[in-house]
Design a protein around this ligand. Structure first.
Ligand SMILES: [Cu+2]
Length: 122
């Protein structure tokens, strides 16, 4: 009787500290466009769905050879799929070519799509 109660208590506390942030909800990959800028470079795993939030008062988009979104007004959102090839991807706004952002695609980044590829070969 007493032994089984101790085992249950130990088990529940052990699993509690193993996954502090929850394994199923990976951090969201979000680019926020504001004040004619894309913010700091975003690092994601290959094939990640990236959400773009447009909070500027004029229209912007995300445009590169590898991915792009539609033109977004204030409050608009869009998603695109990150390239499968690791690397650093520069993107711009098709309306404002002076805007520049960077998307860094890195195997294992984000932690949400590593389950099928095992531990990295690098
Ligand atoms: Cu723009």
């Amino acid at each position: 009787m007493a032994l089984s109660a101790v085992a249950v208590a130990a088990c529940s506390s052990g699993s509690g500290d193993k996954a502090p942030s929850g394994g199923s909800s990976a951090p969201a990959a979000v680019i926020t466009i504001k004040d004619f800028g894309y913010g700091t470079p975003l690092t994601v795993a290959p094939g990640t769905t990236v959400t773009v939030k447009q909070e500027d008062s004029v229209e912007h988009d995300v445009f590169s050879n590898a991915f792009k979104t539609t033109l977004l007004g204030q409050g608009g959102t869009a998603t695109f799929t990150a390239p499968s090839q690791p690397g650093t991807y520069e993107y711009t706004c098709s309306v404002h070519p002076r805007m520049h952002g960077q998307l860094i695609v890195q195997a294992g980044a984000g932690g949400s799509s590593t389950s099928d590829s095992g531990l990295g070969g690098y």
